[in-house]
Design a protein around this ligand. Structure first.
Ligand code: AP5
Ligand code: MG
Length: 251
């Protein structure tokens, strides 16, 4: 990978895209390229809860295996606690019950977010629908929404070859991004596993869920003037364009 780049303004980025489009892959590359960025993946947070057998994980497991979205209240609880522990939210904005109960945006106006580039972050997989997006608007205003687009036939092939390191969420692929030692994580040497939802049937259900929820979500961000679309058949084609765009906006 070429030299790292500096951000001059705080980037608050969301990646939106079909399952397997490369959100996790691009996130890993972005945090290497822009070391001031940190990332949170809602799917990784959920999988960690399932793995640890927490009450939330036990509730989420069947829904994830069916390829549906877990309830908004559940995901919000996870995301808010993660964003606050990273210091990206002020304590006054972290009352999840009040947020969920509030119908009007003025009930919980976001406090002005920090413009410090070190407060930059990427959210991979959250928000997934307009309700989640409206709740996030009240917590912290997002200033860049990247809509990643790749044809479904290409994606299906990738999923069949995907392997992950469960504790970190690091993603590998047996034809692209091959681990240095087969079946082992490059950093820890621990075993790689298949995700429970990476089978053809669940993948189709996840794609259907995405098709149903993504259009209104993208329209929401289009209206806010923060949407940017990038299309490509491979992550290698997409990454350089993504780096360039973020440098233009925040560098
Ligand atoms: P989540 O974990 O977010 O899954 P997803 O959206 O289905 O996306 P994926 O993680 O499968 O794909 P990705 O885009 O990250 O692709 P990747 O980089 O791995 O969510 C899982 C579940 O959690 C949901 O179904 C839902 O139940 C629940 N959930 C999560 N968030 C929620 C929310 N906000 N609300 C409610 N429920 C929520 O790439 C895929 C593969 O392709 C990899 O193997 C990669 O190595 C490979 N690859 C990437 N680029 C290339 C390339 N150029 N050539 C070949 N292979 C490539
Ligand atoms: Mg992912």
């Amino acid at each position: 990978m070429s030299a790292t780049k500096q951000l001059r303004k705080a980037a608050r980025i969301i990646l939106v895209g079909a399952p397997g489009v490369g959100k996790g892959t691009q996130t890993e590359r972005l945090i290497k390229k822009f070391p001031q960025l940190s990332a949170v993946s809602s799917g990784d947070l959920l999988r960690e809860n399932v793995r640890r057998g927490t009450p939330l994980g036990l509730k989420a497991e069947a829904t994830m295996k069916a390829g549906s979205l877990v309830p908004d209240a559940m995901i919000l609880q996870l995301i808010v606690s993660e964003l606050s522990s990273q210091g990206w939210l002020s304590p006054s904005t972290t009352n999840v019950d009040a947020l969920l109960a509030s119908t009007f945006s003025f009930v919980n106006k976001p406090t002005a977010p920090s413009d410090d580039p070190l407060s930059s972050f990427i959210l991979d997989g959250f928000p997934r629908n307009v309700n989640q997006a409206s709740l996030l608007d009240r917590l912290v205003p997002i200033n860049c929404v990247v809509n990643l687009v790749t044809p479904p036939s290409i994606i299906l092939h990738r999923i069949a070859n995907r392997w992950i390191h469960a504790p970190s969420g690091r993603v590998y692929n047996s034809d692209f991004n091959v681990p240095r030692v087969p079946g082992k994580d490059d950093i820890t040497g621990e075993p790689l596993i298949k995700r429970d939802d990476d089978n053809v049937e669940t993948f189709k259900a996840r794609l259907k869920t995405f098709d149903e929820t993504s259009r209104p979500l993208l329209e929401h961000y289009e209206k806010m003037g923060v949407l940017w679309k990038i299309e490509g058949n491979s992550s290698d084609e997409i990454s350089p364009k993504l780096f360039q765009e973020l440098e233009k906006r925040f560098g």
